[in-house]
Each structure stands twice: as C-alpha cells, then as structure tokens.
Design a protein around this ligand. Sequence first.
Ligand code: SF4
Length: 390
Amino acid sequence: MSQTIGGGAAPAGLYVHVPFCLRKCNYCDFVSLPIGRAGAAGLVRPYFAAVRREADRRAPELAGRAIEGVYFGGGTPTTIEPRELAGLLEHLSARYAVEPRAEVTVEANPGTVDAARLGDLRAAGFNRLSLGAQAFQDRLLARLGRAHDAAAIKAAVAAARAAGFTDLNLDLIYGLPGQTADDWRATLRAAVALEPEHLAAYALKVEPGTPFHRDQAAGRLDLPGEDAEAAMYEDAREAMAVAGYEHYELSNWARPGSRSRHNLLYWRNRDYAGLGAAAWSHLGARRRGNVGDVAGYIHLVEAGADPVGEAEELDPRRAAGEAAFLALRLIEGLSLAEFAAEHGRSLEDLFPGAIGRATASGLAAREGDRLRLTGRGLLLANQVFQEFVD
Ligand code: SF4
C-alpha cells in the first residue's frame, strides 16, 4: 500500500527503543533491563553504538520522507545520560529528514529527572516529555513497583517546566490492584491540576511472565473488576472533558493543538521505522520486529547482520483491516472515502456486513462519510476491531 499526500511521500516517524530502567515494575512486560543488574550498565554504550549503526543501515528505507515524529521510548530513556540521548538524536537528524518542527518525544520516569538533566535534553532538541505518572497514591505506586512516589511526579513536572518543556504528557493507569474509585478520581484531579498538555489513561493489562501474573495465578491480585474498570474509564472521560481536554483517541486526551503528532502517525497507519532491541517497524504492508534480547541485538548489529527477529508482509486485506481498526481508535473515526481511495476497495467490499453489524449493535455510528465508535463502543472497542481481523 502506498501512502501519498498531495502527490508527495507521506510523512513518517522514527521510534527508538531504550531498554534500560531503574528497576522492573511488577506489571511490565516491555523489553527493559534494570540498570543496576549485573552487566546491564556495561551494555549502554555498545547499545547506543549499535542503534546508530542500525539507523545508518535503515536510513535508505525512509529516504526523502519527512520525519514528523521522533520518539525515544522504553524502557526509561532518562536512566541514560542526556549526552548519550542527545548524541543519538543528532545522529538521526543527520541521516533522516527530521522536520525542523518535528515532535521529538522522550519518555521519562519521575524518579530519573531533574531540571539540569531535562534542560540538557531540551537543549538537544527534545521538545516533548512523556512522564510515566501512573497514579498519585504512594501505596498504589509501591504496589506497581514504580521507582517513584507521588511527590516525585509533581517535582518532575516542575522540573520539566523549569527546563522549558511546553509539551508535556502524563501517562496514567487504572484498574490497579487495590485501587478504589476514589483513588482514581483523586489521581485524575491531581493529574489535571498539574496542567499537562496531554494525558493518556490505559487500563492495566496483566501480562504473562510478570509478577502481577504470578500474583493473579496465586489469587493475590485484588483487581477492581470489569465494571469498576469501565466506570473508571467513564470517570476519566468526564474529568478530562470538564478540564478542557479533547478526547481524540481511545486512551488519549490533549489540549487543543497538543495532540501527539508521532502517535497520530501510528493511528493513521503511516510508516515508521523502529530502531533498537524489540522495536517494530511499519513500512507499507511490511512489519518487522527486532530481536528482543539486548545483548543479542548488539551482537547482531556489531557483526554487520540485520537484527530483525520477525518479519511479515501483510496481504492487502489484512493491511486494510489493520488500517481500519487503527483509524477507529481515533474519536473522529474513519473516513470511508479516504479508506477506499487508499486501499482501492471500500470497507464494505473488503469486510461485508461489518459496518452494519457494528452500527446495529450500537457500538459504532455512521455519520455521512465517517464511521466512528459510540460511547459504548469506546468501552467495547475490541468487539468492533474484531470485525476487521481475520
Ligand atoms: S518504568 Fe516502564 S518500561 Fe521500565 S519497568 Fe516500569 S513500566 Fe516497564
């Protein structure tokens, strides 16, 4: 599938995975090494050298494409010295056509930042900071295994503002073990009171292989339950709306003008290259995931090999289905005309009856050219997405 806008190549994004954290959170299945673990700190320099080399290798794939978003995620990029992150960003800017006004995000853990470190990152060209706040109750943060308390979140926001960050995201999680409705409402109030430009709220997922998964198997994970979780989502929608945030994606809210351009590339099914261990790339119908083992990744790149672990080429129908459910994550929904123009066939033609079933169930609504999720559909989005997955 080729994606063009006005005859030119569509904008694209770059994702860099930084697989180091202060320590491992109890719910986390991302590829990340606690920096204090034996040998982990010694991998940092070789890892960044390998990412530079991978960036050189992959640069032709996005030759001539305007890079609208660069995202350093993880992991916790801010466990790494700012000069290492700055050096990598400079390297990428020399090899890819990063737009002068590109959104350049760095994820941070509140326990790992101060005004001086953030000032260095801001000066290096990072213009958006995404802080993993998650909750504002110390007992819940401790239960999650987070390396910070609630006071550290407030201090990190103040440090970010002092460092000149004017585009700040806070990530929150709901449906936590031991979390009450009042806890969640207090978290929403505390988050909004810090006046970030952007907020994301995700439901906790208990992933295999995590301490939470083991706790759940042993009957020791007191989750609030599905109904309470749905009520928490409704609370978030209400609190954000009252505070003037636009709900623009299933789990994301922004002040007017502050929607994440990088994340919009994902939901609009645009191309992006992922660099680093476990990073995924999306290039037309091609999907590619790098190996997740950090030392293995370094070894492959150092040997001059491609660090890819998995790759597949989606057939046109699967690619179109993926584009459809990604677009439906956006509150504005999907333009049926744009979809047909992009994929050469209408949504109805590719997925007969899907629109009718989704609208008849009340989970989606059709308004002129657009198909979008209803309020109930936002809660049961996966049921709609299933229509577009074989
Ligand atoms: S800080 Fe983020 S990436 Fe690191 S262990 Fe915790 S949840 Fe995982």
